[in-house]
Design a protein around this ligand. Structure first.
Ligand code: AMP
Ligand code: MG
Length: 350
């Protein structure tokens, strides 16, 4: 199959809308990452998403809408959802709500809830409006790889597999939506994203964060969000996180780079803009400013993909405090590193 990449004009939106209505797959930009969309009411179309991504069938999808009236055909709407929709839709907040039987099992992986979101990206909104179907859309990457934040990233993973990628430039937020469970008492963040815990608490009071956000699932622990079970966001090389005091981290990155290079590995560091100069001999990649986790979120997946393009084998990365957008960054970076980390002071004394 030939894969066309086109920027969003009226003709392309009409074509995309026709493909979706026929049960085909279309990749489109959102404010978080690129999505791989199919008609959420068409079970076969939804199964095609799992096949295109190589996604395990027990990892459910997010349904995208442009208009709250569509909810009636998808799920029950708990009272608390109204407040959250008023505050954060359209935007990067996904809510789990009790599903209706119109939604095929394939979308929810058989769960009793369905994840729903209203994206704010103008191209996503225009496409959803034009086709007027609920669109199931996970991130448009091959399963396990970093999510795509440009049309070129989607093409890397989906060339020859889907007919159309709508190019809307690079995604603003750069990490996926916040996934919030509102069906079990105190709302609980299953996946941190562009809408932070603090932002949510201003609207609904106490919000919990699932334990597995910053660590691997423990033996016997149930995955509240099935996606948390899987290896995710990983480049082919091994990522190691370097933690500790700022100047010690920089010194440790130099030492780790030199050791890995001397051992013959293609090596790179992922560092803050402020440390690019100090690390200029360590094949550095800039992940944004130390004080701006939003910048790090925006750059993160692109940087991880560049590591594969450059065939890096050993990758050492700085970390951000796990607060605000930093929580979303560390959730992704932790998984990219399979939770492998070292303390800078220990590296320096070894
Ligand atoms: P993606 O669309 O690739 O960004 O992944 C969607 C995320 O939402 C995955 O981590 C899923 O596990 C999670 N998710 C979707 N639906 C549900 C649901 N009904 N219950 C819990 N998590 C869900
Ligand atoms: Mg994904």
């Amino acid at each position: 199959m030939e894969t066309r990449v086109s920027s969003a004009d009226e003709a392309v939106l009409a074509e995309a809308s026709r493909l979706l209505a026929e049960g085909q797959l279309v990749a489109f930009p959102t404010e978080t990452v690129y999505g791989l969309g199919a008609n959420a009411l068409n079970a076969q179309a939804v199964l095609n998403i799992f096949a295109a991504k190589g996604r395990p069938a027990d990892n459910p999808l997010i349904v995208h809408i442009w208009n709250r009236e569509q909810l009636a055909g998808i799920c029950e709407v708990p009272e608390i959802a109204e407040k959250l929709m008023d505050a954060f839709w359209p935007g990067p907040l996904t809510m789990l709500m009790p599903r209706k039987s119109t939604i095929p099992d394939a979308v929810t992986a058989g769960l009793s809830t369905v994840a729903v979101r209203m994206p704010s990206h103008p191209v996503a909104a225009a496409l959803l409006k034009q086709c007027n179907l609920p669109i199931a859309a996970p991130s448009a990457n091959r399963s396990g790889k970093p999510s795509p934040t440009t049309a070129a990233h989607v093409l890397e993973d989906m060339q020859g597999i889907i007919p159309l990628i709508i190019d809307g430039g690079s995604c603003d937020v750069g990490v996926e939506s916040t996934v919030l469970d509102i069906c079990n008492g105190t709302p609980c963040i299953l996946r941190p994203g562009g809408v932070t815990k603090n932002m949510l608490e201003k609207v609904v009071g106490e919000v919990k964060v699932a334990g597995s956000v910053l660590r691997p699932l423990q033996a016997g622990e149930k995955a509240l969000s099935p996606g948390m079970r899987y290896k995710h966001y990983s480049p082919d090389g091994q990522v190691t996180l370097v933690e500790g005091e700022e100047q010690q981290v920089v010194a440790a990155l130099v030492k780790l780079y030199q050791h890995a290079s001397a051992a013959g590995h293609r090596t790179s560091v992922m560092c803050f803009t402020e440390h690019m100069e100090a690390l200029k001999d360590c094949h550095p990649h800039d992940i944004g400013s130390r004080d701006k986790p939003e910048e790090v979120a925006h750059c993160l997946f692109d940087t991880l993909r560049r590591m594969d393009e450059e065939k890096m084998e050993a990758i050492f990365s700085e970390v951000v405090p796990p607060e605000g957008m930093g929580l979303a960054v560390m959730n992704r970076l932790g998984r990219a590193a399979a939770f492998r980390s070292v303390q800078a002071d220990q590296v320096l004394t070894e």
